[in-house]
Design a binder for this molecule. Structure first.
Ligand code: PLP
Length: 441
């Protein structure tokens, strides 16, 4: 992508300093960004460069303030620069940033995770969601001695070679679901299934008896826009995988500690065999984790033979931010408030689009939601891809110009934080009313 992507942006909404920064970045960073979703490829134009963030707000280098619904793409459930989290990081910082030797806080945060997440007795910390999902797949294969993995179309598990097939969000947006550089060998054991289709999973498990190590999925899909599981779907997968000796792996990198303190698995009462976590668990610093029963996790090195390691895993700053975030979530339980705020936002967006006469559906679980420009429910990747992405691009820019920063793709979930207020939500709905009217006319 070049800095001059066809601009759908409003001519009266200018970002001169960001434009300069983007040009500079483009000279030394591919596409000017360190993760593709940030480049606005799906909505055209150029991204504002961010100077600082506090609570529910982002401030760019051009002097604009936005109500933020990206939350760093998931981690910032308490809002930005939470004073307690910042204090915990500062305290850890003074003691040194990395030791390459064990620390007490690693056991503390592992205890908190094991207590929170139903399927987890033991947990290994890593540095990114990609690593967590990759390691969970390796463990599933190592434990079962099987090779094949069932993956759902439109679900994203990081940029792991074997799973970069119909991978949702950024990959969808770029129109490169299968990246150059990913060999056929790397994906030959990846079996694709549509989400929310029990029969498709059953058919694959029947077709490859004794060969499928894991059925891997986002229990609530967030990387093709927000798509909840159909009622009974997760229970069906639990039953099917058990029957076939296949492990059920939930990628809760986005949903963990987000839709409920115990993640989607506690919300729906379905216990997977392995769980990948990330985003919220690092409290805005690079931490992620994978966990399971002690029996499974004790197969991981050095307790067992399945190798996995990391120089910065369990990093003191990351565990300080993560532990403080989890303790605030445990002690203050903001989930009811997040539910109320998010329901208010979803209803407001729904009414605004209805009043503007624009075909749409709003889908939401807890504080994750998507306004799809799609006529009728979105159940899977094919539905999601039928959304009006051009209209989304216009809507996105109208919202940004009104001080609301939505995810810059139709295929991403928006996140509400506990720092958002009712007033923020109402201002967002008002901005959406105006924006949707402009888009329609
Ligand atoms: C974000 C995400 C990942 C990848 O995490 P990174 O920290 O970006 O590597 C994996 N799985 C899901 C479900 C995610 O939302």
């Amino acid at each position: 992508m070049t800095p001059t992507t066809p601009a759908l942006s409003r001519p009266d909404f200018q970002l001169p300093r960001s434009h300069e920064a983007f040009a500079r970045a483009n000279r030394v960073i591919p596409g000017g960004v360190n993760s593709p979703a940030r480049a606005f490829g799906a909505v055209g134009g150029e991204p504002p460069f961010i100077e600082r963030a506090e609570g529910a707000y982002l401030h760019d280098i051009d002097g604009h303030t936005y109500i933020d619904y990206i939350g760093s793409w998931g981690p910032m459930i308490l809002g930005h620069a939470n004073p307690r989290v910042n204090a915990a990081i500062a305290k850890a910082l003074a003691l040194g940033t990395s030791f390459g030797a064990p620390t007490v806080r690693e056991a503390q945060i592992a205890e908190v995770v094991a207590e929170a997440v139903p399927s987890v007795e033991k947990v290994r910390f890593v540095s990114s969601g990609t690593e967590a999902a990759m390691s969970a797949v390796r463990v599933a294969r190592g434990v079962t001695g099987r090779s094949k993995i069932v993956k759902m179309s439109g679900h994203y598990h990081g940029h792991i070679d074997a799973l970069l097939v119909q991978a949702g969000s950024a990959a969808t947006t770029l129109g490169t679901p299968n990246s150059p550089g990913v060999t056929e060998g790397a994906t030959q054991d990846t079996l694709l299934c549509p989400f929310n289709d029990t029969k498709a999973v059953a058919a694959i498990l029947d077709r490859f008896p004794g060969q499928v190590a894991a059925v891997l999925l986002e229990p609530i899909a967030g990387n093709m826009g927000l798509v909840p599981p159909n009622p009974g779907y997760l229970a069906d997968l639990r039953e099917l995988t058990e029957k076939h000796g296949t492990l059920l792996v939930f990628d809760e990198v986005m949903t963990g500690f987000r839709v409920a303190y115990g993640g989607a698995q506690s919300l729906y009462g379905i216990t997977p065999d392995l769980t990948a976590m990330g985003k919220v668990i690092g409290g805005g610093l690079p931490a992620a984790a994978y966990g399971a029963s002690a029996a499974i996790m004790d197969r991981v090195s050095p307790a067992g033979p399945i190798f996995q390691a990391g120089t910065l895993s369990g990093n003191p700053l990351a565990t300080a931010a993560g532990l403080e975030t989890l303790m605030i979530l445990r002690d203050e339980s903001p989930y009811d408030r997040l539910e109320t705020l998010s329901a208010r936002l979803a209803e407001g967006l729904d009414r605004a689009a209805t009043d503007a006469g624009i075909p749409h559906v709003v889908q939401r679980v807890g504080s994750m939601l998507t306004l799809f420009f799609h006529d009728g429910p979105v159940r899977n990747y094919d539905d999601a891809r039928r959304s009006d992405t051009r209209l989304f691009g216009r809507f996105f820019w109208e919202m940004l110009a009104r001080g609301v920063y939505l995810p810059c793709s139709q295929f991403e979930a928006a996140f509400v934080s506990s720092a958002h207020t009712e007033d923020d939500i109402d201002r967002t709905i008002e901005a959406a009313r105006e924006s949707l009217r402009v888009c329609r006319d």
